[in-house]
Ligand binder design. Sequence first.
Ligand code: NAD
Length: 398
Amino acid sequence: MGPFVVHGEQTMWYFDSPHVIFGEEALSHLAQLNGRHACVITDRNIVRLGLAQLVIDQVTAAGLACTVFDEVEPEPSLQMVQRCAAVLAQHQPDWIIGLGGGSCMDAAKSAWLLYENPGIEPESVNPFDQYTLREKAKLIAIPTTSGTGSEATWYAVLTDTVEQRKVGIGTRGMLPDYAIIDPVMVMSLPPSITADTGLDALTQSIESYQSSWRNDFSDAMCLHAVRLIFQYLPRAYADGSNCEAREHMHNAAAIGGIGFGNSQATLAHCMGHALGVLFHVPHGRAVALFLPYTIEFTANGGDSRYVDIARALGLRADDEPIGAASLVTAVRDLERQLLQPLTVRDLGIDQTSFEHTLPELVGRAETDTQIATSQRIPDSAELRRLFDYAYDGRTVNF
Ligand code: NAD
């Protein structure tokens, strides 16, 4: 969970995970729930695909009343979360179920916090203050993308649509009580979302492995998630009906999420968040685009640990620089295979609007919370160069 509590000179570390129910039929765990009323927080796509109905059937089989809030939009807004919290206050559920991709799970976590702490300003929520949670309800997260790992983390990313910026809110208690990792939920994922979200899982697993908050517990999760993703993401992308690939990718995203939630991501996330919000690029696509550039930048700074990842993948890894270079090549090969953009230009962003936005991209990236856990922290001039190099695909040599 990170180095949160300090007693005198001593920093205490925590490792947290939700109870994880995984594999085929994991969803049927819901039929054993004890309680009165469950509120499912999801989006209209998930309802249209029949995935919400699978959940409702199990919850009602357990004898609970069930309400559905289906207004979550991709990159969930502060404003929608306030509306969702009002619906929770009206129905007073004792179970909240976040069902969907990272957007729905983040919306559920945030609305849950507001429901338990009426009147609180979401933006004021931080890891160091105490909040009420679990007095009214418990939280279940059911991912329908294999990507964000939000089912296993204690924070949420919201968008302030008025001020056009992402707002991270988090406190340790916001970790879901249960994460249900059932591959049936991802069989309908189209290839492009499979690729975007799968690369999000890869980016956070690689970044969390070398974040400055890394630890022995998160290392194990991150390294294995990277192995699974390289092995199964191309298969899940090429053939979405491949149950084995879907199941392993779904597990990999949750395993990576546990690693990430206990360590934190780094520089590619800072740059990806900035680009994503200013140019409306899906989260996973945005962070993965910057990954090879930030690996090069971090490795150029010295001891980087990418060599361990290269070794785990069976790549050439004689020493740190060779390991990092092998990993960059492997990430780019995977991105090509998944028809992903390798440069900012590939996203269709023209040079004039990119250069016009560059100061703001730099400003947002350098104030992103995950800059603090980056192993090599760029100054403003270096960040500007990194964005520039990623625009047209230059090798980062500084
Ligand atoms: P998403 O939740 O925004 O979903 C993207 C699209 O995929 C939506 O239109 C959705 O309806 C659709 N979709 C979801 N599941 C589907 C399925 N099974 N079949 C067909 N379509 C499906 O995408 P995401 O990448 O999962 O989540 C991104 C959000 O998560 C961002 O807001 C990002 O900031 C956040 N995030 C949170 C964390 C965390 O730890 N809290 C970590 C990383 C990212």
